[in-house]
Design a protein around this ligand. Structure first.
Ligand code: SAM
Length: 277
């Protein structure tokens, strides 16, 4: 008999052992995700797919290798919006103008880009300060479905209301509606913004970084990782930055104490912008 999904109970120990099994079976590492938040996401998945126990989920993962992608999409949390934290975007705009206006080219990595709202915000900002045409941008995530949405640049009108409200706080002098066209209930970002970035699957925990960047954004991603994983990832970002390159984390990434200040200088405390020393 099928159990009432909301009654599924999962302990952190079970979550840890599931993560360990997934690592052994698929080489995908969830063992360093913050246990409470991983547990919440797994319970959500159990309910969504009507599993009556975490064991049922494990058997499915064992027998059906395509289900690992469903697992990855469900476990990764993609909450985002354009010009999320408008103050950050205002500060970043000034910083980029100051640091990069005389550069011939600019390379940017959006690490953990989700459905692309951060990427489109950056494309708009760079256009405003005349830097977009010299920028090469890469956007990565482990959630392939989210990245498809990002590539399509198509958002529901309801989401655009939130995006526009953020944009207005960021730049009251400009008109946000020039950046998209609406059709029915959907808004599609204009082509010049869609062409700003390329998208690639990349797991921040396990995959190597192949290039170097002038700016790396990793906002509201590390919040899901445990502390040793954060420290390792910060070293990865340090190595991936060009000299003088900037690195930013999200407003809710409470990790200032994990930053190595001999490697990074905090150049803007409010916006959490760091510079490679
Ligand atoms: C809350 S969204 C952040 C989106 C955007 N950076 C922002 O702040 O608006 C977090 C994203 O991190 C991604 N993520 C989680 N674990 C990851 C990993 N190991 N490697 C790459 N991306 C990951 C999730 O799939 C999700 O899309």
């Amino acid at each position: 008999m099928e159990k009432n999904a909301t009654s599924v109970d999962v302990s952190e120990e079970e979550v840890r052992s599931l993560a360990q099994s997934i690592l052994t079976r698929y080489g995908i590492d969830f063992t360093c995700y913050e246990p409470k938040s991983l547990r919440r996401r797994i319970v959500r998945l159990l309910n969504l797919y009507n599993f009556d126990s975490i064991h049922g989920l494990w058997v499915r993962l064992l027998k059906d290798s395509s289900f690992i992608h469903v697992f990855m999409n469900e476990v990764s949390v993609g909450m985002t919006s354009m010009f999320r934290d408008p103050i950050f975007w205002k500060h970043l705009k000034h910083r980029l103008k100051d640091d990069f206006k005389n550069h011939e080219s600019l390379s940017i990595w959006h690490a953990g880009c989700s459905t692309g709202e951060e990427v489109y915000s950056m494309a708009i900002l760079l256009g405003e300060i005349g830097l977009r045409h010299k920028t090469k941008a890469l956007a990565t995530d482990i959630n392939k479905q989210a990245m498809e949405e990002a590539k399509n640049g198509r958002y529901h009108k309801i989401k655009m209301i939130e995006n526009e409200a953020n944009f207005k706080q960021y730049n009251i002098y400009s008109d946000f509606t020039k950046y998209y066209v609406t059709e029915g209930a959907e808004a599609t970002m204009v082509d010049e913004l869609k062409n700003y970035a390329t998208y690639e699957f990349h797991n921040l925990i396990t995959d190597p970084v192949k290039s170097t960047y002038d700016l790396i954004l990793c906002r509201n991603v590390m919040i899901y990782f445990d502390n040793p994983a954060k420290v390792k990832l910060l070293d990865k970002f340090y190595d991936a930055l060009n000299p003088g390159g900037l690195f930013v984390i999200g407003f809710y990434d409470t990790m200032l104490s994990w930053i190595n200040y001999t490697k990074f200088e905090l150049v803007d405390e409010e916006a959490k912008i760091f510079r490679k020393r």
